[in-house]
Design a protein around this ligand. Structure first.
Ligand code: 5AD
Ligand code: SF4
Length: 474
């Protein structure tokens, strides 16, 4: 896979997950595969927890599985295509083992509902993102020879009381979901339809989950939500206090509560929304060394008219003002973004505005996509998907080329500096090397010496590519 595809496809890779557990040959085996965003990976940990209470043990070996669950993504058509292709690979497994349960979870389940059963004959079970508590019943239902579906969306489900089973086995960095759903209705986006209304999780349960992770050796948490800046507890959408006897919490305050768990616990978050990101959040980031100076602030387009059609709620000028605020309050903050190219009606000039905005901001990293029309979205109903495929492709290449140059320049600026790195484990390429991230979220590879996973080390950076820094411990 070339580097361009790597950037584009990173978000829709399927990854098999396994929890660390004492092996019990009698236990029913669950094989879980996750696609798409970090939220899906985090949800899979909730699913593993719910099913482990029912005696299931996860396995990395699909041939051992009694139940196969794919936690799916609908964000672009190719994400769904990937899952459909994967399902065809299960055909032989089903023929060999008629009792095998194959289930679809996540956004595709919610989007296609019971149609999925008709379209994909191999699927026995369909469960949307708010229906995971019902999974044990749904599996039993399948056991009685029926197909099982639960795609009810909820206004208050946050799985707050469920202690996720950590599936990564790295044991250093964990995702912690702080809110679910999205009320934004960006015109291109299917998420409001698949994940429902926005709701925030009780801050006390978030802080205790982070504290528990720290006590178990984790050294980094990423607070997750579709739009973390609109996190609010005990505050209504209109900004009124719901229960005067209880404290209120906004995102800045929540982040401070998590930062105070320990100065040794790194705090990250994703995703911010330019229309909602406040100076208060930036000031809290500047105040705590353990809140990493890194913000993922999706711009989507550098042109105000396109942003209007996208229903993003901000202009090019507003976005650039927010970038200035970041640079003023947190001078060394790394910034990454998402860009969609070839959105409905995008002219050459509008595309040039995206390129010029990239030059102004100089992103450290970006996820870049061709626009993919999604059923039922505002854009599908209101605008024509009229940018030719080859034009989309050419514009995407121009954007990727620019970003690779900016990422390389951003990494080159770090050559010669000393970076504090949290060690995540052995590097992919060599057992003699370790890897970990800088606070600004760049991967660093270095000779291992006597250092170990979970430690902080100072690394002198001597070289780089557009994706990785290379250095040695000092
Ligand atoms: N087509 C292409 N990209 C999309 N994204 C969301 N919806 C679409 C779509 N229909 C991108 C946005 C978002 C990221 C998660 O995926 O850039 O920020
Ligand atoms: Fe989709 Fe916009 Fe919500 Fe992000 S903020 S999930 S792009 S609707």
């Amino acid at each position: 896979m070339d580097s361009q595809n790597k950037i584009i496809d990173e978000s829709i890779q399927g990854t098999a997950l396994e929890m660390t557990q004492i092996n019990n040959p009698e236990a029913k085996k669950l094989y879980l595969e996750s696609y798409g965003c970090q939220m899906n990976f985090s949800d899979s940990e909730v699913v593993a927890s719910i099913l482990s209470d029912e005696g299931y043990q996860t396995t990395r070996n699909i041939d051992d599985a009694d139940v196969i669950l794919l936690n799916t993504c609908s964000i672009r058509d190719n994400a769904e295509q990937r899952v459909r292709n994967r399902l065809t690979e299960f055909k032989i497994k089903k023929e060999r083992n008629p009792d095998l349960v194959v289930g679809i979870l996540g956004c595709m389940a919610e989007r296609l509902k019971k149609n999925l059963l008709e379209e994909e004959k191999l699927v026995d079970l369909v469960a949307g993102p708010d229906a995971y508590r019902d999974l044990p019943n749904l599996i039993v239902e399948v056991g009685t020879g029926q197909k099982a579906v639960n795609v009810l969306l909820s206004r208050d489900e946050t799985y707050a009381d469920i202690s996720p089973v950590r599936l990564d086995q790295g044991g250093i960095s964990a995702f912690v979901t702080i809110m679910r759903g999205c009320d934004n209705m960006c015109s291109f986006c299917v998420v409001p339809f698949t994940r429902g209304r926005e709701r925030s999780r009780d801050p006390q349960t978030i802080v205790s989950e982070c504290r528990d992770l720290f006590e178990r050796g984790y050294r980094e948490v990423t607070l997750l939500g579709q739009n973390v800046d609109s996190y609010r507890w005990n505050i209504s959408a209109k900004g009124e206090i719901k229960n005067p006897d209880q404290p209120t919490t906004n995102f800045a305050q929540l982040m401070e509560m998590v930062a105070l768990v320990s100065p040794l616990l790194r705090v990250r978050f994703s995703t911010s929304h330019p229309k909602d990101m406040t100076d208060e959040v930036l000031e809290i980031m500047a105040k705590y060394e353990n809140i990493c100076p890194y913000i993922h602030l999706p711009v989507q387009s550098g042109n105000t008219d396109v942003l209007y059609r996208m229903n993003r709620g901000y202009s090019r000028e507003w976005y650039l003002e927010r970038i200035e605020a970041i640079k003023r309050i947190i001078p060394d903050c790394a910034i990454s973004t998402d860009i969609i190219t070839g959105f409905c009606g995008e002219t050459e000039e509008e595309h040039q505005d995206t390129l010029s905005l990239m030059d102004l901001v100089q992103y450290d990293f970006a996820y870049m996509f061709k626009y993919s029309e999604r059923p039922k979205t505002l854009a599908e109903r209101r605008y024509e998907d009229d940018v030719l495929e080859e034009v989309k492709g050419r514009r995407l290449n121009e954007i990727i080329e620019k970003q690779l140059a900016h990422s390389l320049a951003s990494n080159q600026r770090l050559v010669g500096s000393v970076q504090k790195v949290l060690i995540e484990g052995p590097s992919k390429r060599s057992d003699e090397h370790l890897c970990g991230r800088t606070a600004s979220n760049v991967m660093v590879v270095f000779a291992k010496g006597s250092a170990q996973k979970g430690q902080y080390v100072n690394v002198q950076i001597s070289d780089c590519t557009s994706a990785t820094l290379i250095g040695e411990i000092v």
